[in-house]
Structure formats: C-alpha cells, structure tokens
Ligand binder design. Structure first.
Ligand code: FES
Ligand code: FES
Length: 214
C-alpha cells in the first residue's frame, strides 16, 4: 500500500508549486462545504410591545431575543438577573400577566402586549415593597444576586396560595392551601440561592405573609 509520505506521491506533485496545490485543496474544500451546509438565514426582526411596570415599550427585536435579554439589554431593567440562562436557577423570575415565569425561557415576541412586573416595579430604594423590607429585616440575602428573582417569585407564590392553587406538597388538592413552611419551600424551590440564605428567605416570606415563623 502506498504511503502518502513516500516518494511516489511527492514525485507526482513535484511539477506544481506548493501554493497552487494549496489553492486547489482550498477550492475543493470550500466547494464541499458550500454544497453540504444550508445557507444561514438572515436574522428576522419584529416589533414587540412590552408593558413593563405599567409603561409600554415598543422594540424592534431579533425574534430569537429572550424576554430576559429584552428587559436587561434593550430596556435596561437590570434588576432582573441572568444566572444560568437555562431555566434552572430562577434568578430571572418576573411576573407576566400575573404569573411568575423564567424570563430566560420565553422569547420577547411571545410576550407581545404582556403585562410584565420586574423587581423595579415592586419597590424602589425610597419606597420598598414590604417583602423587600422583610428580606432586609431577616437578612434574606448575602450577595443579593438571586434576591430580585426570589422576591418576584415570593409575591407570586403568595398570590397562588391566596387563589387556592395547590402545589406538589398540598395534601388536599381541593382545599385552600395552608400557608405552611413546606408549601412555601416547595413553591420557592425553583429559585436557587448560591449563598444558601434559604432559612432567612423563608422567615422573610412568613413575616410578610403574617404566618407563624417555622
Ligand atoms: S437565568 Fe433564567 S432560570 Fe437561571
Ligand atoms: S444571596 Fe447570593 S445567591 Fe442568593
């Protein structure tokens, strides 16, 4: 069997300069690539209107833009945090049409005309939401990166309980869920805190909700 590095092959190509051989190889390689790969489509842009914290914002976005990136990069609501960008940490939780969602898992164009509430819409440094004040009182954060998502989630959790929506740990699916520590823990389980401030987060939520400390 011939060896590509032996003298035969070398002799066949001896008549052509190396640069010509290189150009031939590149043109074959490009032709193969062009034939086998689909053309990359141009980005599609669409208008979308987001009602954020009570104010309408109309944007032209690449249709692949997530709600999280629309909020942070286009509208500069940077209170909403990007942790995993994969729906696993809850740092990006916002309230959309009354329900909490992970803003990294939905496209902005899917939320056209939606009512979006971010942490900036719940309270301000001069006028804290009572739950934000409870987080401070109970030392419910350390680095604070998860805190906006924790607080948006908490507000929606208490609404879910008030509306009688059962969770995985509700014993009676038809009864009004009790404001028990396990109900709160289960419902908050999608919000990860790398600092491990869970006990104080629970205390803050119970304090705000008027429940008994666990
Ligand atoms: S950034 Fe959305 S869930 Fe982690
Ligand atoms: S306070 Fe640091 S991640 Fe929760």
């Amino acid at each position: 069997m011939s060896n590509p590095h032996n003298g035969n092959l070398h002799q066949e190509n001896d008549q052509q300069p190396l640069s010509a051989l290189t150009r031939q190889a590149e043109s074959v390689s490009h032709a193969t690539a062009d034939a086998s790969l689909p053309a990359t489509p141009a980005p599609q842009r669409m208008p979308v209107t987001l009602n954020v914290n009570g104010k309408a914002h109309t944007l032209q976005v690449d249709t692949r833009t997530t709600l999280l990136d629309a909020l942070r990069e286009h509208l500069h609501f940077t209170g909403t945090k990007k942790g995993c960008d994969h729906g696993q940490c809850g740092a990006c939780t916002v309230i959309v049409n009354g329900r909490r969602i992970n803003a990294c898992l939905t496209l902005a164009v899917m939320q056209d005309n939606a009512e979006v509430t971010t942490i900036e819409g719940l309270g301000t440094p001069d006028n804290l939401h009572p739950l934000q004040a409870a987080f401070i009182r109970h030392d419910g954060y350390q680095c604070g990166y998860c805190t906006p998502g924790q607080i948006c989630s908490s507000v929606a959790v208490l609404q879910e309980i008030a509306q009688g929506i059962p969770s995985h740990v509700s014993e009676d699916l038809l009864a009004q869920p009790a404001l028990q520590p396990d109900e709160i823990r289960e419902r908050m389980s999608g919000n990860i805190c790398r600092c491990g401030a869970y006990a104080n987060i629970l205390a803050a939520i119970e304090d705000y909700a008027g429940g008994q400390p666990s």
